[in-house]
Design a protein around this ligand. Structure first.
Ligand SMILES: Nc1ncnc2c1ncn2[C@@H]1O[C@H](COP(=O)(O)OP(=O)(O)OP(=O)(O)O)[C@@H](O)[C@H]1O
Ligand SMILES: [Mg+2]
Length: 245
């Protein structure tokens, strides 16, 4: 396209600096309360079907996946749950920056290793928050989306499922990296992040259709940047869970 250069470049803020952990900096703020409500809603969805592996995604990039995922993961850890937080967004990884960790090795190292005796715990790092362990993305490979949808990825997630109370994944956006669909279908549940004023309704519908096609268990959606609930920190979260979304 001749005018592609003219388009606004996506922000690299989260990739360069990590996301804002409001639940750590301002645990009693209304926004942190919103994150706890999202956590509680997911817990309620666990009644018939235990939810131990959960990912957050969106239709497109920069809709708030990493911000929402990291903060909800923190609320689980602060509640006393043993959490493994995995950066499975290899195209725009942020978790190592958010928690100030090395990303020399991580998920991609595990997935591309041919060593059957590989010790997973050597790749998992402490977050600095009690109960919360981190697996960073690792070096960005040439084929990130293929790794995500690989059988190896599925086997890996299942292998850590029982070692933690909850495994939370930050994954790429569905309409931009369709391979996310394959991974999502193997998880206990997926939450869709929708950014108010940015995500188009027809893109949400397309995303939901794709996830349904792969038989992903859609737990609900988080309305990010919800104008009616601005808390003073520049963030506001609405949430909602309906069976036909
Ligand atoms: N509610 C909000 N209010 C204001 N800024 C926000 C809000 N949510 C996210 N942001 C900002 O928007 C940018 C993108 O957020 P974030 O990195 O969480 O999105 P993402 O969907 O993970 O993006 P990517 O596609 O790059 O992975 C960041 O600069 C973040 O600080
Ligand atoms: Mg992100």
């Amino acid at each position: 396209m001749a005018f592609d250069w003219f388009r606004k470049k996506p922000s690299t803020d989260s990739i360069d600096n990590g996301v804002k952990l409001i639940t750590v900096a301002h645990p009693t703020s209304p926004t942190s309360e919103e994150f706890r409500t999202i956590r509680t809603n997911i817990h309620f969805m666990s009644v018939d079907h235990e939810i131990k592996t959960v990912a957050f995604t969106s239709a497109h990039q920069s809709e708030g996946k990493s911000t929402v995922t990291a903060n909800v993961a923190v609320t689980w850890a602060l509640e006393g749950k043993k959490v493994l937080f995995i950066d499975a967004d290899m195209r725009r990884p942020t978790i190592h920056k958010t928690f100030g960790l090395s990303n020399r090795q991580g998920l991609t190292t595990i997935l591309s290793s041919h060593d059957s005796q590989i010790r997973l715990d050597t790749f998992i790092q402490k977050s600095g928050i009690d109960n919360m362990s981190i697996l960073t993305s690792g070096p960005i490979p040439p084929n990130p989306s293929e790794l995500l949808s690989s059988e190896r990825m599925n086997t890996f997630v299942q292998s850590v499922r029982n070692a933690y109370d909850i495994v939370v994944l930050d994954v790429p956006p569905i309409l931009e990296v369709p391979d996310t669909q394959v991974l999502s279908a193997h998880l206990d549940g997926l939450v869709l992040v929708v950014r108010e004023g940015k995500t188009r309704k027809d893109d949400v519908a397309r995303t939901v259709d794709m996830l349904r096609l792969s038989k992903t268990n859609i737990l609900g959606y988080v309305m990010n940047d919800h104008k009616g609930k601005n808390s003073g920190y520049g963030y506001g979260y609405g949430y909602g869970y309906t069976s036909d979304k």
